[in-house]
Design a protein. Structure first.
Length: 349
């Protein structure tokens, strides 16, 4: 038996949850979010967006948060934030997030959600906050001193999840400590005052991390990502520049041939074929032929998504309407929850 709380345990639990989600979608409320720091890329799409669309279409009530306040946890600018937020809505819609089923909103626009921060902060000790490994890693990566917001943002994330009584949270492995903090906060609030909150569970993706074109994790900051908003030409250019090696015959070997293998995985994701099958087919035709194949696969797969995205780019008013309606719904839910919280705490005057 894996340790409770370990990655393996979470993965096992996620598999069980997936079965329940398919059987009883209405018992769940799914909440996920992304920071609006740039355009969504293929890593986001195959890592989580595709799964969110599936669950939405299964009938799981869904909310998608654009976590704008979290942008300033480890950086000192909100430059381009409005543009990033609108573009993120376009990316979601283009990928199949349906505003009739899913609310998309920014948390800075929902004061009642943010107000949960005060009672929730009182439920965590300083040393519990200091121990969070993801916070530590983000602080080190930022090169900044630990800000008060970075230290307490897992508590803010608990507000994001609990304001709508979210009980299922699709996240990557790095977010598990925050889900643990959220569960702790829910439990402590319920014990101290009255049972208001569910203890949410993480839904981990079992797909391996999506490699960027150089074999490292796909990330905008590494310049190895293919954004959903790229044109076919930009995609071709980025793939053409991706690093391969001097071995002619194409084989799938992520350890020793990270560049070639990342290209194979990219094509595999877009075609539904296996890396080995594609490698065998290309064989001695070499990396030029592989790149041509990858470019075609990616551009064919994303063509309909990109076409929809263009339509939204030309209709910013619609994009804003979607966001405003999402904010309206989130506000309604947050106010109801905040009222329950005030009542549970006896703060009714
Ligand atoms: N912290 C998440 C990230 O960095 C974004 C996020 C904010 C989030 N609030 C959330 C994710 C609530 C899931 C649930 O990607």
């Amino acid at each position: 038996m894996p340790n409770v709380g370990s990655y393996e345990a979470s993965l096992e639990r996620s598999e069980a949850l997936k079965e329940q989600l398919a059987k009883n979608p209405q018992q769940f409320r799914m909440l996920t979010g992304d920071r609006p720091t740039g355009r969504l890329h293929m890593g986001h799409y195959f890592g989580t967006i595709r799964e969110r669309v599936n669950l939405q279409n299964l009938g799981v009530p869904t909310m998608i948060l654009i976590a704008d306040y979290q942008v300033i946890t480890d950086r000192d600018t909100t430059e381009h934030i409005q543009d990033n937020v609108y573009n993120m809505v376009m990316d979601y819609l283009a990928c199949g997030i349906d505003p009739a089923k899913t609310s998309i909103y920014t948390h800075s626009s929902v004061p009642a959600c943010n107000q949960l921060m005060l009672p929730f902060l009182s439920l965590m000790s300083e040393s519990e906050l200091q121990r969070n490994p993801t916070v530590k890693a983000e602080m080190e990566a930022s090169g900044h001193a630990l800000t008060g917001l970075l230290l307490t943002y897992p508590v803010h994330q608990a507000c994001d999840i609990l304001f709508c009584k979210g009980n299922i949270v699709p996240v990557g492995r790095d977010q598990l400590p925050h889900i643990e903090a959220t569960r702790l906060i829910a439990r402590r609030f319920n014990e101290r005052y009255a049972p208001v909150f569910p203890e949410p569970e993480a839904l981990l993706n079992d797909a391996p991390a999506i490699p960027g074109l150089d074999g490292r994790k796909m990330s905008k900051s590494y310049g190895n990502a293919i954004s959903l908003s790229f044109t076919a030409e930009e995609t071709a250019k980025r793939i053409k520049k991706s690093p391969t090696d001097s071995e002619r015959v194409i084989t799938f070997d992520p350890e020793n041939r990270p560049g070639v293998s990342a290209l194979l995985t990219t094509a595999a994701l877009c075609t539904g074929r296996t890396e080995e099958e594609i490698a065998a087919e290309i064989g001695a035709a070499g990396s030029g032929a592989l790149k041509t194949y990858v470019t075609t696969s990616v551009n064919e797969f994303f063509a309909p998504i990109r076409e929809r995205r263009h339509a939204y780019e030309n209709d910013l008013n619609y994009v804003k309407d979607v966001l405003h309606e999402g904010i309206r719904k989130a506000t309604e839910i947050a106010e109801a929850t905040l009222n329950e919280v005030r009542e549970a705490m006896g703060m009714v005057y």
